[in-house]
Design a binder for this molecule. Structure first.
Ligand SMILES: CCCCCCCCCCCCCCCC(=O)OC[C@@H](O)COP(=O)(O)O
Ligand SMILES: Nc1ncnc2c1ncn2[C@@H]1O[C@H](COP(=O)(O)OP(=O)(O)O)[C@@H](O)[C@H]1O
Length: 456
């Protein structure tokens, strides 16, 4: 008894240490439980992959060959370790022939795929949204790109920091990182694929400036105060898991200096179309299957699960509305243009969703809305427009291009603060604000996905 009393006395006299110890213990136990459960789960996935690998194959059949493009820098350089721990073992157990190409610098995923000659059955991106967008850009910049993209499946192993496409492809596993990685790897192994939309971003030529080559994205474009705040969240790392919430509080205070609170753009857009004679030329998804080309990827070309081939001849269809061009001047602090790939609604007609919030946002509303988004709720932006094509001329950016220096640019922004952020995100990659033409290319790439979770 005396011993117990003594223990209590010690605890009371050192209450700070006791509280700390208890918290550490709770976290420790929680961590051990999670890592134990993860190990059990990985064992089940390995078992499933091994069964597939051990299934007998016809004698004349070569093992499936996949090319993995791994971005080791993704997710603060943890990508390679995660790939090796949770993805690679499953791929090898399933008997795939895997060629892992590690990128050395930014932009290399794109150039690697642009120049890829190796015969392969699938390209698998191990990285975040940025690497995936680079890969799609590389693929579609190839001469044979659009033809290949419709047939050769792409995979994603979500080892990045932001994996929004993967989280939509594997929504049932989105909350558990290890499960998400394992499910995505199993999808590559099991080969079920579905078509995704692509958005083509082409910089609009301005006096004397060519537009350059297009960039392609699968998720979309984000611009404004919420994007800027989100891009800064890691500055508040010491808040741990609450850094996102903290970012909104601080951005709201200091934001006048560094955050895009308000910019205007002139917008032109055309409404969505289900396919007609007017958009036929541009809409590759409406075209019948091209003759088999003898290109690098088709060396093993017998496998083409789920090719997207239309059954209707759209050249005879008339849709008067398709040619319509509408104009709108937008002023907002929060702008987004997304594809259906990352929208929760199921849309029959292919469409881009443009949405934007009010012109001015109060500190309270900003933090409230930011916190809502941190809680995983959908952004609330009262204005919504559906389109198949959008041209945006940011009022600020046009002036920015006229005057080469950044300082003279800012003099031209009537309501804008100094040092305004001039960046937007496309698939979570940063780009300078410029006049841009965004075009929806429906069902252009095929991606591995899982129709249901493989291991519960
Ligand atoms: C009120 C609402 C305002 C909304 C305004 C949003 C304006 C967004 C402008 C986004 C511009 C994005 C341009 C991305 C494309 C881009 O910058 O491509 C660069 C390529 O060519 C160069 O590629 P490369 O030749 O490979 O180096
Ligand atoms: N070897 C590398 N070193 C540094 N950056 C790289 C390398 N390979 C790719 N990148 C770049 O890393 C950036 C982030 O990649 P991303 O896939 O979006 O991961 P994350 O979600 O972790 O940010 C991309 O812009 C990509 O071009």
């Amino acid at each position: 008894m005396a011993k117990i009393v003594k223990i209590f006395e010690t605890l009371r006299n050192n209450w700070k240490k006791s509280v700390f110890g208890t918290v550490a213990l709770v976290y420790g136990v929680d961590y051990l439980m999670y890592s134990y459960e993860s190990r059990q789960m990985m064992r089940a996935y390995c078992e499933a992959a091994r069964e597939i690998g051990e299934a007998p194959m016809p004698v004349d059949c070569r093992p499936r060959h996949i090319t993995v493009i791994l971005n080791p820098a993704a997710n603060k350089r943890k990508a390679k370790k995660e790939f090796e721990e949770y993805c690679a073992p499953l791929l090898y157990l399933a008997g795939l022939s895997v060629n892992v190409v590690v990128t050395g610098k930014e932009g290399q995923a794109r150039t690697l795929i642009e120049k890829l000659e190796e015969a392969t059955d699938a390209i698998v991106v191990a990285g975040g949204d940025g690497t995936l967008s680079e890969a799609v850009t590389g693929l579609l910049r190839r001469e044979d790109g659009t033809n290949v993209a419709r047939k050769m499946p792409l995979g994603v192993l979500p080892v990045g920091k932001t994996n929004s496409i993967a989280k939509h492809l594997f929504s049932q596993s989105a909350d558990d990182r290890i499960k998400l990685l394992a499910e995505a790897t199993m999808a590559v192994i099991l080969e079920a694929s579905k078509p995704l939309d692509v958005i083509k971003f082409q910089v609009l030529p301005t006096d004397g400036n060519e537009g350059g080559k297009p960039v392609y994205g699968l998720a979309g474009l984000e611009w404004g105060a919420f994007r800027d705040t989100n891009a800064r969240r890691d500055k508040y790392w010491y808040f741990g898991g609450l850094r996102g919430y903290a970012a909104y509080i601080f951005a709201g205070f200091k934001g006048e200096k560094t955050i895009t609170w308000n910019v205007q753009a002139n917008m032109e857009y055309s409404p969505p179309c289900n396919g007609c004679s007017n958009c036929y030329e541009q809409r590759l998804d409406l075209h019948p299957d091209q003759a088999q080309s003898k290109s690098w990827w088709s060396a093993f070309g017998k496998r083409q699960p789920g090719s997207v081939v239309p059954t209707v001849d759209y050249r005879g269809k008339v849709n008067e509305d398709c040619r319509t061009v509408r104009k709108l001047d937008v002023a907002t602090s929060d702008f987004s243009l997304i594809s259906s790939n990352v929208s929760k609604e199921h849309n029959k007609v292919p469409q881009l969703q443009v949405s934007f919030g009010p012109e001015h946002v109060s500190y309270n509303d900003f933090v409230k809305e930011g916190w809502r988004r941190e809680n995983g709720e959908d952004p609330s932006r009262p204005c919504k427009i559906l389109a198949k094509e959008v041209k945006l001329w940011p009022v600020q950016a046009v002036k920015h291009q006229d005057n080469a220096t950044a300082s003279s640019t800012q003099d031209n922004i009537p309501t804008g603060p100094k040092d305004i952020e001039k960046w937007i995100s496309i698939d979570n990659e940063d780009y300078e604000v410029k006049a841009v033409h965004a075009t929806l290319l429906p069902n252009l790439v095929k991606m591995f996905y899982s129709p249901h979770v493989i291991i519960k």
